[in-house]
Design a protein around this ligand. Structure first.
Ligand SMILES: Cc1cc2nc3c(=O)[nH]c(=O)nc-3n(C[C@H](O)[C@H](O)[C@H](O)COP(=O)(O)O)c2cc1C
Length: 218
């Protein structure tokens, strides 16, 4: 964890520059043989800040009215899709996520609205992080987005396998299991036990916990 500067409101020029930078970045990824890129719309990152009533304090065409909160994400998506094709762009969402002080008066309304406008564009997929005890983000995604879904958060191998036969679910993703098991796919394939993640080695400067989890020899 590092210190950070006090954020300032972006000017119109800052916004245009950010969109231009965001269009340039995928090109570098594709030149380096990536298949696709993902626009991160949660966790307190910029698209989520503009989308959410708790952080959007603007007074211009990006202000906190519902239509204007959608504008930044729509401009970003349109700009990236125009250069790279919508089918190489996915969107990551987690409605209701309070991470980094994110808050929205009606996150379900916000995400329904943004997904309905994005849906006809033919994006590669919608990535949904679930928040089980709070609300049903998967249902929200399915109700407002007709393309493939990738689901995340605390899934196990059995649930992931079930995804393969579930309509509209293209996959389920793994975070912590991959950190603790560099050979996760091998372990899943051969039904091997998984190593547990050690939270004490996350967000540290040393090598420990970065790439020294044991690899299965089975
Ligand atoms: C140490 C750590 C760092 C993470 N950093 C990010 C991040 O920078 N961006 C992001 O989108 N998600 C991040 N995540 C969240 C994961 O992508 C994933 O959503 C989360 O671990 C839940 O999936 P899981 O249950 O399979 O672990 C992080 C997770 C962990 C454990």
């Amino acid at each position: 964890m590092q210190d950070f500067v006090m954020p300032e409101a972006m000017t119109q020029r800052d916004i245009e520059q950010t969109i231009a930078n965001s269009v340039a970045a995928p090109g570098r990824a594709f030149a380096d043989s990536f298949d696709g890129v993902e626009l991160h719309c949660t966790s307190g990152y910029l698209p989520a800040q503009v989308l959410s009533t708790g952080t959007n304090q603007r007074t211009d065409q990006y202000d906190a009215s519902l239509q204007n909160r959608l504008r930044f994400v729509l401009e970003l998506v349109a700009a990236i899709a125009a250069v790279d094709g919508a089918d190489r762009l996915g969107i990551l969402t987690c409605p209701g996520n309070p991470f980094n002080d994110l808050a929205d008066d009606n996150n379900q309304e916000t995400f329904a609205a943004i997904l309905q406008v994005l849906d006809p564009l033919g994006l590669a997929y919608l990535y949904v992080i679930r928040v089980p005890k709070i609300q049903d983000n998967v249902a929200l995604g399915k109700a407002n987005f007709s393309g493939p879904l990738i689901l995340n958060e605390s899934y196990n191998q059995q649930e992931a396998a079930a995804a393969l036969v579930t309509p509209q679910i293209a996959g389920r993703s793994f975070g912590r299991a991959f950190i603790a098991n560099l050979d996760l796919v091998h372990r899943f394939r051969h039904a091997l036990p998984l190593s547990n993640i050690d939270p004490a080695t996350l967000y540290t400067f040393g090598a420990k916990g970065y790439c020294d989890y044991p690899v299965s020899l089975a």
